[in-house]
Every structure is written in structure tokens, then in C-alpha cells.
Write a protein that binds this ligand. Structure first.
Ligand code: DGL
Length: 282
């Protein structure tokens, strides 16, 4: 299957939305920060919950899914696209930047930069999906800025399904998190990048397991700061009198998505379901 994106050059208006995409609910961690830091921005959010998790999928498949979602989201005429998924950022960010004529932000560089400013001993941990860890994208981003860093990457494939099923608060979850992070608790890292946008849902457990001497870096916070900086510098910050009405779209169970999203965002939302047309991906 091949995906083509056709972009018509148009003027960009400040009231156009910011499009945010993820494999499921994980990108809501970025959306929540964007809503907090930029309360006048309207968001169109797409969660591909039907096909989550992306982490164990081959890179080429994740690339095609990501292009397909971007193609879909362009109908909302966004002024910016945020790939709020580390796995998708690792495989598709550069290509999407070449294909569209609006700013496209990923989640890897913002998280890497924050870790560099946070670490004191130069030993940084990164947790993410298999796809993200195998891609070495964080290692590349960190080393391109600070080559002497020591980096330990660890894939935590159990975490995303827990979050997608709405189980992040369950008792068993602590055991799963601590077993998965054991290698890191025995290391000397002083800073841990949550290299998957789903992981902030588990951040209090991760923090409990890692202890007070390890600072957690959420790429969600840093990415929202990057969105804010770019919109400001491009003169694209929204001007509104009233709070915008955001749009939430998902390809999976809209009810489950709504329940998790409302709990995370602390507000009532409406979720529209999107049924993928096979013809869209050729
Ligand atoms: N939340 C995504 C990430 O940041 C993807 C998780 C998944 O679908 O495996 O990598």
C-alpha cells in the first residue's frame, strides 16, 4: 500500500486548529499540555486506537499509518501538525515535513533537549516502545547535542496496552511497572525520558519505582512548549475570546476513548469515530 499526500498551498490563518495525532490515547498527554499552555488554540485530535499499539509493528507499517492519518487530518486545514507519538515520530517525521507546507512537530527532540538540561551525571535512561527503542532515535537526538552522554534504552511493551485498556490505576499495574523497570533501578541514571506519549498516564507509578533521585522527563510538556514557541515565532497564535471547542476522533471504540480521555483531561468531550476506508491507503 502506498500513501500520497496532496497539499494545496493556502494561506494559513491563526484560527485554524492544531492537529495532534497518536496511535491512541497517548497523545492526549501532549494535547492536555497544549490546552494548558495555549488555552486559545483549537485542537483536532486523532487517536488510531483500532490499530494501537504501534510499538510492535514494523517501521514501514507505522510510517504508512502515520501518512494516512496526516492525509486525513489535512481536511481540517490545520496550521500545524503534532506527531504526538514517539514511534511515529521516529519513522515518519522527516518525510511528513517534506510533504506538507505547515510546521510539523515530533516528540523526540523536545524530550531529548529537556533531558540534557536536567541530567547532572550524564547518565540518561530512555523508555519507549520496541519501535522507538530499536530505531535508536533518542540516542541519535541526545548524542547529536551531547556526544558524551551515557544512554540506557529500554523497551516496555506492556505499558501501552495497560493505558489503552484504561487500567493505569489498577493494583497489578505497579508490579508490571516495577518488573519492567528493574534494569534501570539498578543503574546510575539520574534522569529518565518517558519516550512514549502513553507513559505519563503511569508517571506516578514510574516515579515511585525509580525513586526520588531520578527525574522523569515527559516529552508531552516539552513538545507543548515547542508548539507554543513555533506558533509565536510564526505569528500564528490564535486570537479568541471564548474557549475553543476541540474535536476528538478515534478509529477504535469511541466510548472507551471518551472515558479515558475525560478522566485524563478532566472535562467532558465528544468523540467521533472514524472508519478507515481501505481505498484511502491504496
Ligand atoms: N504513544 C505512542 C508512542 O509515543 C505509541 C504507543 C504504541 O501505540 O505502541 O510511541
Amino acid at each position: 500500500m502506498e500513501v500520497t499526500i496532496i497539499v494545496r498551498r493556502k494561506r494559513v490563518f491563526v484560527q485554524q486548529p492544531v492537529a495532534i495525532l497518536d496511535s491512541g490515547v497517548g497523545g492526549l498527554t501532549v494535547a492536555k499540555e497544549v490546552m494548558r499552555q495555549l488555552p486559545l488554540e483549537k485542537i483536532v485530535y486523532f487517536g488510531d486506537s483500532l490499530r494501537a499499539p504501534y510499538g510492535p509493528r514494523p517501521a514501514e507499517e507505522v510510517r504508512k499509518f502515520t501518512l494516512q492519518i496526516v492525509d486525513y487530518l489535512l481536511q481540517f486545514q490545520p496550521k500545524m501538525i503534532v506527531i504526538a507519538c514517539n514511534t511515529a515520530t521516529a519513522v515518519a517525521l522527516e518525510e511528513i515535513r517534506q510533504l506538507v507546507d505547515i510546521p510539523v512537530v515530533g516528540v523526540i527532540h523536545p524530550g531529548a533537549r529537556a533531558a540534557i538540561t536536567t541530567t547532572r551525571n550524564g547518565q540518561v535512561g530512555v523508555i519507549g516502545t520496541e519501535g522507538t527503542i530499536l530505531s535508536g532515535a533518542y540516542e541519535k537526538a541526545l548524542k547529536s547535542i551531547s556526544p558524551s552522554l551515557e544512554i540506557i534504552g529500554l523497551a516496555c511493551p506492556q505499558f501501552v496496552p495497560l493505558v489503552e485498556q484504561g487500567l493505569s490505576g489498577q493494583e497489578d499495574t505497579y508490579r508490571i511497572v516495577s518488573e519492567c523497570l528493574q534494569q534501570l533501578t539498578e543503574s546510575s541514571i539520574d534522569c529518565l525520558i518517558l519516550g512514549c506519549t502513553h507513559y505519563p498516564f503511569l508517571s506516578s507509578l514510574i516515579s515511585e519505582v525509580m525513586g526520588p533521585n531520578v527525574a522523569l522527563i515527559s516529552s508531552a510538556d516539552e513538545t507543548a512548549r515547542e508548539v507554543s514557541t513555533i506558533l509565536y515565532h510564526k505569528g500564528l497564535l490564535a486570537k479568541r475570546i471564548q474557549k475553543p471547542v476541540h474535536q476528538f476522533l478515534c478509529s477504535g471504540d469511541p466510548e472507551l476513548f471518551r472515558r479515558i480521555a475525560e478522566q485524563w483531561l478532566n472535562e467532558e468531550i465528544k468523540v467521533n469515530s472514524v472508519v478507515w476506508q481501505v481505498t484511502r491507503i491504496g
